[in-house]
Design a protein around this ligand. Structure first.
Ligand SMILES: Cc1cc2nc3c(=O)[nH]c(=O)nc-3n(C[C@H](O)[C@H](O)[C@H](O)COP(=O)(O)OP(=O)(O)OC[C@H]3O[C@@H](n4cnc5c(N)ncnc54)[C@H](O)[C@@H]3O)c2cc1C
Length: 430
């Protein structure tokens, strides 16, 4: 979408092929409906906290079909917005599944079009583990369209999609188990975050089982775990990774090199091994986030049609996990910073948010700064707590610009907020 529109804006003649709905994974079965569900799930606690501020209301009741219908209406609206954006930009739309026929030809529904450049931006698809009965489980693609909420759900995985859906189900009143084969949630994030997040989610009622992995699933959703434990759930959801969408696309026949996982292998300019074929977004399996995919699209349009060769920049990309509580970070984990710089300084804090102080909520907000000892630059910022995603976006600008700890400290905080802690962290803990 973004590459098409920006390229057309630079004067290129552009056609787009789409086999699904406009907006891709993010709009239809990713970020947007997920965040709507996440808002819905958070209300359970908000009702509880409201009581501590003196509010009384009748016993809250949750109606899943209402949420589903409202979500579907909003997504349909966005599909229309996206299509109109393309039409207004002068992009020709081909509806249907595209296959690459040769380095300059693409076929959609038996009709072949030729082009100087072909851009592959076909995204990724959930991967189910190869265990007996995995066909009885759902993936995130299905979770957005469940006819009814289960009473007991098992979410399998330790990445952000698993964490987010476990929090959503739990918040909506489903007895939720999160099983992950690893020893810590959120591999690749700062190690402390995964451990702390698991503890916070457990406080809220999610049954977190680490080093637990299903071995098979019966058709009545009895799950047998690798350690022999057998248990029945009403719904099993796998969030166990995603594979780049290149199967049957004709790329290998056209000479495009694919990695072992099927990702299109690209150089920093998103060029594949075939000069006229380019690839961006999840299909390249670099940094699988929507704003990264759209930025890659804009950089490529600039490279091809604006005379300004622009390599991708994946440094200091902020990210958030919209579980309950929220989690976010930018820059390096403590572990990676130690590997890269040797000496690092660590500042952190953990506290109860003011909004929770009148209630029985046990939730603790956590913040951490990682500083390169030699340059004194803040190279990592991490947070668990309300609005973590909103807060880290501003911090990301400072980290991207290479701000030092002293510059963080010279910034006046906004009181009383949680965010002010990022500029008042004085005590070094390591
Ligand atoms: C549950 C979930 C939650 C997520 N939450 C977030 C989040 O909160 N924040 C965030 O930044 N990222 C999030 N992501 C990741 C984000 O959705 C992806 O990084 C982003 O959508 C990648 O964009 P893309 O353009 O590469 O691919 P996609 O958005 O997957 O788009 C690919 C498009 O290509 C079409 N297509 C595929 N094959 C063909 C073909 N042969 N012919 C024609 N059309 C084809 C598909 O229909 C699709 O529309 C989430 C993902 C999931 C699954």
């Amino acid at each position: 979408m973004r590459a098409s529109r920006v390229a057309a804006g630079y004067g290129a003649r552009v056609a787009i092929a789409e086999s699904g709905r406009f907006g891709g994974t993010c709009v239809n079965v990713g970020c947007i409906p997920k965040k709507l569900f996440s808002y819905a799930a958070h209300f359970r606690e908000d009702f509880g906290i409201a009581a501590s501020f003196g509010w009384t209301a009748s016993e809250p009741r949750f109606d899943w079909p209402v949420l589903l219908a409202n979500k579907d209406r909003e997504i349909a609206r966005l599909n229309g917005v996206y299509e109109r954006l393309l039409v207004n930009a002068g992009v020709t739309i081909h509806r249907g599944r595209a296959t690459v026929r040769d380095p300059h030809a693409v076929e959609v529904d038996g009709k072949t079009s030729t082009a100087r450049h072909i851009l592959v931006a076909t995204g990724a698809w959930p991967r189910l583990p190869a265990i007996p009965g995995s066909e009885h489980a759902i993936t995130s693609n299905d979770a957005f369209f469940l006819e009814q909420l289960p009473q007991r759900a098992l979410v399998v995985g330790g990445g952000y999609i698993a964490v987010e859906f476990a929090s959503i189900f739990n918040g909506l009143g489903v007895a939720t188990t999160l099983a992950y084969r690893g020893a810590r949630l959120l591999r690749g994030f700062d190690a402390e975050l995964g451990t702390r997040l698991a503890a916070e989610m457990a406080k809220k009622g999610v049954d977190i089982r680490l080093q637990a992995n299903p071995a098979r699933i019966a058709n009545d959703h009895h799950v047998t775990f690798e350690d022999g434990v057998r248990e029945r759930f009403d719904l099993v959801m796998f969030a166990t990774g995603r594979v780049p969408n290149t199967k049957g696309l004709g790329l290998e026949q056209a000479g495009v090199r694919l990695a072992a996982d099927g990702a299109v292998v690209v150089d920093p300019y998103s060029s594949s091994s075939v000069d006229s074929i380019w690839a961006i977004g999840d299909v390249t399996n670099r940094l699988n986030l929507t704003p990264v995919a759209t930025a890659e699209g804009m950089w490529l349009a600039r490279t091809l049609f604006h005379g300004e060769p622009t390599p991708v920049d994946h440094e200091n990309v902020p990210t958030a996990v919209f579980g309950n509580p929220n989690l976010s970070c930018v820059g390096l984990s403590e572990e990676t910073a130690r590997e890269r710089f040797g000496a690092v300084e660590i500042y952190k804090t953990s506290f109860r948010a003011l909004k929770d102080s009148l209630s029985a909520s046990e939730e603790r907000t956590f913040m951490k700064l990682v500083v390169d000892a030699a340059s004194q630059r803040v190279v990592g910022a991490h947070m668990i707590g309300p609005d973590a995603g909103e807060i880290i976006q501003g911090i990301a600008i400072a980290v991207k610009l290479g701000a030092t700890k002293a510059q963080f400290d010279a910034t006046i905080g906004i009181h009383p907020t949680a965010a002010e802690e990022f500029v008042t962290l004085r005590e070094r803990v390591a």
